[in-house]
Design a protein around this ligand. Sequence first.
Ligand code: PLP
Length: 443
Amino acid sequence: MTRLLHRTTRSTPRLAVAARGITIEDSEGRSYIDACGGAAVSCLGHGHPDVLAALHRQADSLAYAHTGFFTTEAAEALGARLVADAPEGIGHAYLVSGGSEAVEAALKLARQYFTERGEPQRRHVIARRQSYHGNTLGALAAGGNEWRRAQFRPLLIETHHIAPCFAYREQHEGESAADYAARAAGELEAKIAELGAENVLAFVAEPVVGATAGAVPPVGDYFKRIREICDRHGVLLILDEVMCGMGRTGTLHACEQEGIAPDLMTVAKGLGGGYQPIGAVLLSQKIYDAIAGGSGFFQHGHTYMGHPMAAAAALAVQEVIARDNLLENVREMGAHLRARLEEVLGDHPKVGDIRGRGLFQGIELVADRATKAPFDPDLKLHARIKAQAMGQGLMCYPMGGTIDGQRGDHVLLAPPFIVTRDDVDEIVARLAKAIDLALAELP
Ligand code: PLP
């Protein structure tokens, strides 16, 4: 019997024993195409020799040094690289061990920015429904996934949620993309007015929504409007690119495609590609300056922040992506993946929507295409698809998101940046089969 508390107590997961390229193998000799990078993590695939070599070199020279005493070459080089490639205005990077830690640190940086500036009344965080920002208490409070939050609500800081920008679910019949973007962004303006602009700290959003909604991109100039509203009210804009960032959508940062820059940005998953746990907050120079010109001390910290092994892995991952021009492959293979999904699943009677950017694509399943009615959540269609896909030797990431109290099922695909056309064709063929097998199980 396992002595680990796994995600479920009902079963023990398969034992993974090896992984190379885009496949993972279990202890029974079965192999699985990793078409979701776990949860959009393994951007370089598995066992990349250059990353393994960098890890060996780092372990040989220095495996750990506490940041209360030292900085390290690996951490400094990664910080420099992240800032050099960052959106305009970003001046510094803060290295942590994952996505939730990055979101916690971003929220605290936002708060400290205002306390340093003598605006301690700014305390309200606004985020969006159908979003996920992590499972630690601050990040969970920011997220809009009711299923994850419900039992922990008494422990969560008060946050305020507005509608996501989710065209398939929320754009009205006959409403133009521009009008819908204005209406969705207008919710932020209204919420700020309701709370009093002088009391609002930050607005948090994923540029392309990942786990809770299945690769939902924004529409029109939604984020330009959001940026303008935040600026007008002195509210900080935190973009959570933990899942959609670091090249996943075809540009290094997803917000580049929106033509805006955040005040704070969180990255993780694809930063280290799964070779080490690592995340980062990218912060604007003005936030750094407020702290440097005030207390000079960011009142936060973790034992493993700036870990040199994690930094060395992330540096190697990012160097390989740049050297091998893999973002070009993300764009090309992303377009091919989308085209194949449309060809194979576009007319499927239970596929309501196919969406996404780059190698970050989502498929939403519906009981009725005309009404967009989701499947009964008790049927757990997403779990059935996951199980059937594993039976087909395919790892994909199905979830049941929350749609204003109703749950809908979707599948997220986020294959490694090294996929080929043949890999993509095989992924789509196996997924289509898994979806049909799962639907055939329904009563
Ligand atoms: N933010 C987003 C957008 C995420 O998708 C996730 C994880 O899925 C997190 C934050 C939390 O990251 P982690 O699981 O590394 O704590």
